[in-house]
Design a binder for this molecule. Structure first.
Ligand SMILES: [Zn+2]
Length: 596
């Protein structure tokens, strides 16, 4: 691939523009760091995409405009990407958040090739846009920029999003969903089309080898530039670039929904979901970890039972897919679960830790791993977790899923105190002013009941080096009047901006405020669907997700949801949002019943 000449490089720098609606925003945010990273990252990604695809950026100028109130988040218009202005943080951001922003910008740039240069023929091939942009966005960010933790982020954040989506009743194949119209296709902009699609492409690159994978991608882009293409075109491009017949592979991974479970029992055992009992070969690495270190074993899990030489044993952790390469629910044997509190803090590869946390959190959510076991591992590992994205992701999961949902309100306080102590240890051993310290400070703010201690942070009694800026000064006031006022805004305010409606909905429910919020549980099912009469479909659906009574883990809440879903009155987006929330609630109820 010829590299850019000096003149071309200068011309490229001139054609890059970044716009921001409110110039002041740049001054009181992360300021010049933002300017430097956006310009640097954009230039790095241009070169990397050129090299990856073998085709230069095709649309002349390249503008990136950060715009207010943008409900879609980001949009890959050819030559002018629009991004939500909230991606520029008003307060200090963690390194992980900067990395996520870089990855999103690069995802959008990837669409200049996958999406804009070659466009899917119809919405049933949405994955040709989103799965590829998600996969190449991570790949290019990792290869070409200073943000080298994006695959860690993928394991902790994006993969969890997709894995949850793949277990709900609304799951669908990555490809070929036969959307009747554009409105129906909007529902597929989800964890399947993005995260699972990217995970599957990662598997395909391992399965074919990177050379064949990339040769097919380049041939596809070259053959269909400035035109439309579909699934068959891309598969044909791979097959004429040296791939074996992909019909079986694509049937299992792209044409059918659902996720296999992998566990050890005299070998690596693969159990497909009953809804789609098809063949899905998994290219993965088994790790055997003990006090002497880690041993890798590369395995192709293609049958129901695949022989492997690694064995579980006392004091040993046997981690199937320990490098987080495939798309599966991974379950650990009893000895591994027992050894993890001791061994996980010593595992130095953050991608392996993300694989472990994916398995443990998914297991707690489907009832196959006792939440108390997960608490034990968290208490051992959190104080030494050195990745900011891991600390933020785990503490958010503790606050949103573990306490008050998976665990009973009575027993969760004891666990909550232990977890708050684990986060406190992480906070106080972090370097003052570091991204890790900022990430660790957000944990106790979510989990602790020590109101006095937190108020002290606002009065200059914060941990040394922690800047307690405006972002920290929000509160969900725990009194009936505030709740009534906020619910009124959520359900009736016709002038609310997107961001206001998002914030009110997100902040309304708290695990600690069950009694205070109880009157609003039945009201949700009447008031929130009604907002679609005066709010856009997108905003009404987002409100339906965020304002769902997620801590009211009671059979009555589930009946209300199923009754609302039984009629045909709900608009498409609200229906999908409510259905997904109801599935999660049903799973939490099942977990609690399993322990009763
Ligand atoms: Zn996209």
């Amino acid at each position: 691939m010829p590299s850019l000449t000096r003149d071309e490089a200068a011309a490229r720098a001139a054609m890059l523009e970044v716009y921001c609606y409110d110039l002041d925003l740049r001054l009181h945010t992360d300021g010049d760091t933002f300017d430097v990273t956006t310009t640097t990252v954009t230039g790095q990604a241009f070169d990397a995409f050129h090299e990856l695809f073998g085709i230069r950026y095709p649309f002349g100028d390249y503008h990136q405009a950060f715009v207010p109130e943008f409900n879609a988040g980001v949009m890959e218009n050819p030559g002018c990407v629009t991004l939500r202005d909230s991606m520029i943080s008003r307060s200090l951001a963690t390194d992980a958040e900067r990395g996520q922003r870089a990855c999103t910008m690069i995802h959008e740039m990837g669409h200049m090739w996958f999406g804009d240069l070659v466009t899917m023929r119809w919405w049933d091939d949405l994955w040709l846009n989103e799965s590829f942009a998600e996969y190449t966005g991570h790949r290019v960010t990792d290869d070409a920029t200073a943000f080298d933790d994006v695959w860690v982020d993928f394991g902790f954040v994006r993969k969890r999003w997709g894995l949850a989506a793949d277990q709900r009743s609304s799951t669908h194949p990555v490809a070929g969903n036969g959307a009747a119209d554009a409105a129906a296709a909007l529902n597929d902009f989800d964890g399947i089309s993005y995260a699972k699609g990217a995970g599957v492409l990662q598997q395909l690159a391992s399965y074919l080898g990177d050379d064949v994978f990339l040769a097919g991608v380049r041939r596809h882009l070259h053959d269909h530039e400035y035109g439309n293409a579909d699934f068959a075109d891309l598969v044909g491009a791979w097959e004429s670039s040296g791939s074996p017949d992909l019909s079986g592979w694509t049937h299992g991974w792209l044409r059918t929904a659902g996720v296999d479970t992998l566990r050890w029992s005299d070998g690596a055992v693969r159990t497909p979901p009953t809804s789609s009992p098809v063949r899905r070969p998994h290219t993965l690495t088994v790790l055997r970890v003990d006090d002497d270190g880690t041993q890798d074993e590369a395995v192709e899990v293609d049958n129901d039972v695949t022989p492997i030489s690694s064995r579980p044993g006392s004091g040993t952790a046997l981690l199937l897919d320990g490098r987080n390469q495939t798309w599966a629910k991974v379950r650990y044997d009893a000895a591994t679960l027992e050894a993890l509190p001791r061994l996980l803090p010593g595992i130095t590869d953050p991608v392996t830790r993300s694989a472990v946390w994916l398995a443990l959190r998914d297991g707690a959510e489907d009832g196959s791993v006792d939440p108390q076991v997960v608490v034990d591992v968290l208490c051992a590992a959190l104080p030494v977790e050195d990745r900011d994205v891991a600390v933020v992701s785990l503490s958010a999961w503790i606050g949103e899923h573990l306490l008050g949902r998976l665990m009973e309100p009575v027993t969760d306080r004891v666990a909550g105190d232990r977890l708050a102590e684990g986060l406190r240890l992480r906070l106080h051993s972090s370097a003052p002013g570091s991204s890790l310290q900022l990430a660790a400070a957000r944990g106790p703010a979510t989990v602790t009941t020590d109101v006095e201690g937190l108020n002290g942070w606002l009065d200059a009694d914060a941990p040394r080096g922690l800047v307690v800026d405006q972002e920290w000064r929000t509160a969900a006031l725990p009194d009936a009047q505030s709740k009534a006022r906020t619910w009124e805004r959520i359900s009736t305010d016709r002038t609310a901006t997107n961001y206001q409606a998002h914030a009110w909905s997100q902040g309304f429910w708290h695990a600690e405020q069950r009694e205070l919020c109880a009157p609003y549980v039945p009201r949700y099912f009447i008031d929130v669907p009604a907002t679609s009469e005066f709010r856009s479909d997108d905003l009404a659906a987002t409100t339906a997700t965020r304002a769902f009574p997620r801590f009211a883990v009671e059979p009555q809440t589930l009946s209300c949801a199923r009754n609302a879903l039984a009629g045909d009155a709900l608009p498409t987006g609200v229906r999908r949002a409510m259905s997904d929330q109801a599935d999660d609630l049903e799973a939490a109820l099942r977990v609690r019943r399993g322990r009763a």
